[in-house]
Design a protein around this ligand. Structure first.
Ligand SMILES: [Fe+2]
Ligand SMILES: [Fe+2]
Length: 194
């Protein structure tokens, strides 16, 4: 496995990338922006340090092997279906588990971050939103910035908006909807109407 030269993360955003990460500099910049946003939210929401640490662990892990080869991803996540864009989460979760990560919420956040998962605790929900709302993405900047500002006081409402936007794009692309994604959306829709 080829490791990359790891930059030291800004101290407020620790932990940092795992030693086995395979990431381009652009990917590291994305991960740092996600960590920055999550850290801002934790601060604004008065989240205790132990929980904030779980959020940041998931952030640093989520795209840690996003730039690995198809062959490597297939080796690390043999049972995951689909292209690299869907395999890198399961592969990173498997590597994290092998490396000693035991927190089910953190591992599920990483494993399903491209799909969504109905059973997620707050770690998965925060990562799913921050991954989409981080300020480096090009599309719909103002709308996403408004959602990012709103998250600390309306996390559930923002999550529904983000899932709706991501699903709308997925449907427009003509891709079939993965089963965990459908269950995730239905769990949120049911909550909204309850
Ligand atoms: Fe990802
Ligand atoms: Fe990401």
């Amino acid at each position: 496995m080829t490791g990359s030269v790891l930059p030291s993360s800004p101290s407020g955003l620790r932990p940092t990338l795992p030693a086995w990460a395979v990431v381009s500099p652009e990917r590291v910049a994305h991960i740092e922006r996600v960590a920055g946003l999550v850290s801002e939210w934790a601060e604004a929401m008065g989240i205790p340090d132990s929980e904030r640490n779980r959020w940041l662990r998931a952030v640093w892990l989520h795209d840690a092997v996003r730039d690995a080869t198809e062959e490597e991803l297939r080796r690390w996540a043999p049972s995951a279906d689909g292209p690299a864009s869907l395999r890198h989460g399961p592969a990173s979760a498997a590597l994290a588990k092998a490396g000693g990560e035991t927190d089910r919420g953190v591992l599920d956040a990483v494993r399903y971050h491209s799909l969504g998962l109905a059973e997620w605790d707050m770690v998965g929900r925060v990562l799913y939103c921050a991954d989409y709302l981080e300020p480096g993405r090009e599309h719909e900047r103002e709308w996403r910035a408004e959602l990012a500002r709103r998250f600390p006081r309306d996390a559930g409402g923002v999550l529904r908006e983000v899932v709706r936007a991501r699903l709308t794009r997925l449907i427009a692309s003509g891709w079939p909807l993965p089963e965990p994604t459908v269950r995730f959306w239905n769990s949120l829709a049911v909550r909204a109407s309850a």
